[in-house]
Design a protein around this ligand. Structure first.
Ligand code: BG6
Length: 481
């Protein structure tokens, strides 16, 4: 046994999902249409499309998820058997405010989360909640332009306040915007649309729009932190950053500078939310690009007063970049500037597998932001096979978790990182955010359903279920495969 290092007492071992990827019930209980409800099915290498409202004849996988909306008592029982101490999910904004701009919340939506949280608490599992996980009401996109519009801050504030007041005795850990920094890959319309609710045409300046929308999100997030603390000072509100450290391909000084700029660009979000101010380089960058953003002194004061209590982050992979010949500004364009790292393997979806990168990233964030960290996503999307005897053998997933958890433990024990918990992504199979597929599976619990929504929806335990159960039971000490 052993190999691993016991985590501190009270460490939150868990699992993570998002409402739109597993609930289904997309138009039940008075729920409104969210951005996720107008995204069609994609595939590996085939982008998902956003339609103008829900159209007949299209396939929208988030409409059915894995049917957690109806099956949550059965699922949470399985989470308890797995030994989870916490369960990270999101509150679908459209269950609470179906259009987003109402003044009164939808009681049926609020009740759904009350019941579901009670079910978790019955087993001693604490809910960890993201307020906005790619689920903005579609009405706010159409009528207001999402976070391109300052007015949307007000709607988000109201949503956050209603949730904090209603669930303050059931939920201690909150996050505001999921992977807020993924919008820096601004040429891809999907993450941008999901996170900020921006819909732009080819001729619009995507980057300027992104900086503006992100700014309004920072203000909304800072308000949420302040609202929560006013309601109950013991509530903890975090940011949520998609952490993919960007390495230089070589030790060439220009490659080093390129990677440094990439890190500044991807993670200025963390600087603003954790430190409370914009970093030095960015104002020079905006001036050089001629961007004229609506940022007021009151906004900056709010951002300073609303720094997060902890930094939640996802970690799946690292990136690598290199400078182009003769470039001097080292501007980072994620869509075109990534290169393959010869030292790491890749998943079937091309995601670079790099466990040491997790330890590196935890050190980097701690040294820069000096906040407790919370790993709220980590995992391995793979094709799984349900055998005739209903077993699923997923040694590749166990080995991915083994290597990452070991690095996480070293970061805590050897490097002094303050870590709240670890919630692997999609511990129950769900709809992939990027491709809309079901067959890109992350779970320790298999869900019998295909990409078109056919299947018995029965749940089966994969080999990784027993392995993770043992890890939790030993508080991270027993990692033997
Ligand atoms: C993160 C998101 O980007 O990664 C999740 O927060 C997402 O919503 C997860 O599902 C894995 O990505 P994908 O595209 O494989 O589902």
């Amino acid at each position: 046994m052993s190999e691993g290092i016991k985590m501190p007492k009270g460490f939150l071992w868990g699992g993570a999902v998002a409402a739109h990827q597993l609930e289904g019930g997309w138009n039940e209980g008075g729920k409104g249409v969210s951005i996720a409800d107008v995204m069609t099915a994609g595939a590996k290498g085939v982008a998902r499309k956003v339609t103008d409202g829900v159209e007949d004849g299209q396939i929208y996988p988030n409409h059915w998820g894995n049917d957690f909306y109806h099956k949550y008592p059965e699922d949470i029982k399985l989470f308890a058997e797995l030994g989870l101490k916490c369960f990270r999910t999101s509150i679908a904004w459209t269950r609470i405010f179906p259009n987003g701009d109402e003044t009164e919340p939808n009681e049926a939506g609020l009740k759904f989360y009350d019941d579901m949280f009670d079910e978790c608490l019955k087993y001693g599992i604490q809910p960890v909640i993201t307020l906005s996980h790619f689920e903005m009401p579609y009405h706010l996109v159409k009528e207001y332009g999402g976070f391109s519009n300052r007015k949307v801050i007000e709607f988000f504030d109201r949503f956050a306040e209603v949730c904090f007041r209603r669930y303050k005795d059931k939920v201690k850990y909150w996050m505001t915007f999921n992977e807020i920094n993924n919008q820096t890959d601004w040429r891809d319309p999907h993450p941008l649309l999901q996170d900020s609710g921006l819909q732009l045409g080819k001729d619009d300046n995507w980057e300027e729009a992104m900086f503006q929308a992100a700014h309004y999100e920072f203000v909304a997030s800072a308000h949420a932190v302040q609202i929560a603390h006013k309601i109950d000072p013991s509530l903890k509100v975090g940011s949520m950053i998609a952490m993919c450290p960007v390495y230089p391909l070589t030790s060439k000084p220009t490659d080093i500078m390129k990677a440094e700029r990439a890190m500044q660009y991807r993670y200025y979000f963390g600087d603003v939310q954790a430190l409370g101010f914009y970093p030095e380089w960015i104002t020079k960058y905006w001036a050089r690009k001629g961007y004229n953003l609506d940022i007021t002194a009151a906004d900056l004061a709010d951002i300073k007063a609303g720094t997060v209590d902890y930094v939640g982050f996802s970690y799946y992979m690292s990136f690598t970049t290199k400078a182009k010949d003769g470039e001097t500004h080292f501007d980072y364009d994620e869509h075109n500037d990534l290169v393959s790292n010869p030292y790491v393997e890749k998943s079937d979806w091309g995601w670079q597998i790099d466990p040491v990168g997790l330890r590196y990233a935890m050190n980097w964030m701690t040294t820069r932001w000096h906040k407790p960290l919370f790993i709220v996503e980590n995992g391995f999307g793979a094709y799984d096979k349900l055998e005739d005897d209903n077993s699923i053998h997923d040694p590749y997933r166990i080995s991915y978790f083994h290597d990452h958890i070991l690095q996480m433990e070293k970061a805590v024990h050897e490097d002094g990182v303050d870590l709240i918990g670890y919630t692997p992504w999609g511990h129950i199979d769900l709809i992939s955010a990027s491709t809309g597929e079901m067959k890109k599976r992350y779970g320790m619990i298999y869900v019998d359903q295909d990409d078109e929504g056919n299947g018995s929806l029965k749940r089966y335990k994969k080999d990784s279920f027993a392995w993770y159960k043992k890890v939790i039971a030993s508080n991270g000490e027993d990692l033997t495969e």
